[in-house]
Structures are given as structure tokens and as C-alpha cells.
Ligand binder design. Structure first.
Ligand code: CP
Ligand code: NVA
Length: 298
């Protein structure tokens, strides 16, 4: 039985298999002859807000023939303190798979272990694997293989997105440069776990120089709201804007996992100039996650 709990624990072969299946999934939308989730019910257990992940998984599960139950953690006994391992053992006897968005990575891992059903990480504090698979698919759709290319991540260098980018870099053979202020850079421990060609700098111009992709994410992730003032103060200047884009390779892509805060991690003009790519990226969540669901049940 398969799970998708992190990029760190995925093999390169599995990543490549999902990426290869995502294009046909996109092309065949509306006339896929197979229904790999027919007769199956999937639960979506969310402890954090979501627009893209929720809608793309709900639509994707239905398009593959499955039924879906959306469960906000606060509406079920989990929100009143029922342990994840008990919730997992109940759901594991009733549904055929689970998509989970929560805080602790260990909760997704415990759920998978105790439920015994295919489990997908739909974002934790540590990783956002479905987003990264989609980002790489979107890059490759527009620019060809990401191996050998340069990705510059600008902003919060120690969040779930940066972690997933780091684990992907070694597996897929691209260079990753992370530009973040001191205090918001990846820990040496995660860098060591990731391996690969990763540089960390406080100099955003050095990171962007000649890059094939400029990427950013919010400065304040879900669950960090109490640190907003300090984070915004420290990360001011770590913004993708037209001056930074000029330093990148001509024709470089600009991507954002969304939601975006204009005037913070990206300015309005740059966001709108690259909106086609950014919303292709959002749409591709649907196609890539359908490939993930097909892979996980096969
Ligand atoms: N990018 C992303 O995961 O968006 P949502 O939080 O809206 O799901
Ligand atoms: N780092 C962000 C990603 C949102 C999709 C967060 O965790 O809030």
C-alpha cells in the first residue's frame, strides 16, 4: 500500500512516475476511460484553511469516480482532543483513503500507520509535497526538464515549501538557491538531510542571478500568525519584483504557490505580469493530484 507523506521519503522513480502521468491526466480531463476510485470513499481531514488543495482534491476524487467527505478537524472529535491514532483507526474501517492538512508531520505519519489506508499529506508545518510535485510539473510543462536548472526561492527559507523544494533538489538534480534573512534560513540539519546542490544566502540578488525560476511563498505561514509583525519586518526586502526578475535568466518563470500577499513577498506588477504561469500552477494541482490518487491506489 502506498502513501504520499513527504517529498523526503518519496523515491525519484515514484516522483517521475507521477510527473509523467500528470500530462495525460490533464489532456484526458473529461474523457478518462478509467475510474480508479469507483466505489471508494475518501476522507479529507483539514485542520487549516484551504482553497486550492481542498477544491482540487474534492473535484479530482469525484472525477476519478470516488466519493468524498470533507471533515474540518474542529467539527469532529479530533478537535476536542480525540487522539489522531484513534481517529485513524475509526476512519480506516470506514473509508478507503485520506487527504490530511494539519500542523505536525507526525500526525500525518501516525494517521497512515494506524489507519492502514492510503494517506496523502495535503500540507503540514514540515512539507507540502502535492504543491511541489505540481510546481515541478508546471515548470517542466513550460521549460522542459528541471534537471540542471537553477531555482531561486526568495523569502521564508525555513517553511514547509522550502523544505519540500530542498528534498526535491537532490532527487531531481536541479540547483536550489535560498535567499532568506538570518533567522529564517534552513537549519543545517535539514540541509544535511536534503543533500544536493543547495546554497543559502541573505543576498537576494546573488540568489536570483541567472536563475531559471524565481519562486516565493507567504512570509507568515498558517499557524505563525502570532509572529506576523516580526516576520514581516525581518523579511521586508525579500520580495520578487521587476528589479529582481531582471537579474534572472531572460524568460525566467516566476511562480507562487498562493495565496499571495501583494507588496510583501511579491509586488503587484510582477504578480500580474506572471499571472498566467501562477494560475496554470494553481490549475495543475488538480491534474497532478489526480495522477497522485491514481498512483496511490494502483
Ligand atoms: N497552495 C495551496 O496549498 O493553497 P491552499 O492553501 O488554498 O490550499
Ligand atoms: N507556507 C504556506 C503555504 C500555503 C499554501 C503555509 O503553510 O501557510
Amino acid at each position: 500500500m502506498r502513501n504520499l507523506l513527504s517529498i523526503e521519503t518519496m523515491s525519484r522513480a515514484d516522483i517521475e512516475q507521477i510527473l509523467a502521468a500528470s500530462g495525460p491526466m490533464k489532456k484526458d480531463r473529461g474523457h478518462l476511460s478509467r475510474q480508479p476510485l469507483a466505489g471508494k470513499s475518501w476522507a479529507m481531514l483539514f485542520a487549516k484553511s484551504s482553497t486550492r488543495t481542498r477544491v482540487s482534491f474534492e473535484v479530482g476524487i469525484r472525477e476519478l469516480g470516488g466519493q468524498v467527505l470533507f471533515l474540518n478537524s474542529n467539527d469532529i472529535q479530533l478537535g476536542r482532543g480525540e487522539p489522531i491514532k484513534d481517529t485513524a483507526r475509526v476512519l480506516g474501517r470506514m473509508v478507503h483513503g485520506a487527504v490530511i492538512r494539519t500542523f505536525a508531520q507526525s500526525d500525518v505519519e501516525d494517521f497512515a500507520r494506524y489507519s492502514g489506508i492510503p494517506t496523502i499529506n495535503a500540507l503540514t508545518d514540515d512539507e507540502h509535497p502535492c504543491q511541489i510535485l505540481t510546481d515541478i510539473f508546471t515548470f517542466e510543462e513550460q521549460r522542459g526538464p528541471i534537471a540542471g536548472k537553477v531555482v531561486a526561492f526568495i523569502g521564508d527559507g525555513a517553511n514547509n515549501m522550502t523544505n519540500s523544494w530542498m528534498f526535491a533538489a537532490a532527487k531531481l538534480g536541479f540547483e536550489l538557491r535560498i535567499a532568506a534573512p538570518k533567522g529564517y534560513q534552513p537549519s543545517p540539519e535539514i540541509l544535511a538531510r536534503a543533500g544536493g546542490k543547495i546554497t543559502v544566502t541573505a543576498d537576494i540578488n546573488a540568489a536570483a542571478e541567472g536563475a531559471d525560476l524565481l519562486y516565493t511563498d507567504v512570509w507568515v505561514s498558517m499557524g505563525q500568525e502570532a509572529q506576523s509583525v516580526e516576520r514581516i519586518q525581518k523579511m521586508t526586502g525579500y520580495q520578487i519584483n521587476e528589479a529582481l526578475v531582471k537579474l534572472a535568466k531572460p524568460g525566467a518563470l516566476v511562480m507562487h504557490c498562493l495565496p499571495a500577499y501583494r507588496g510583501k513577498e511579491i509586488d503587484e506588477a510582477t504578480f500580474e505580469a506572471h499571472a498566467k504561469t501562477i494560475f496554470d500552477q494553481a490549475e495543475n494541482r488538480l491534474h497532478v493530484q489526480k495522477a497522485v490518487l491514481d498512483w496511490i491506489v494502483s
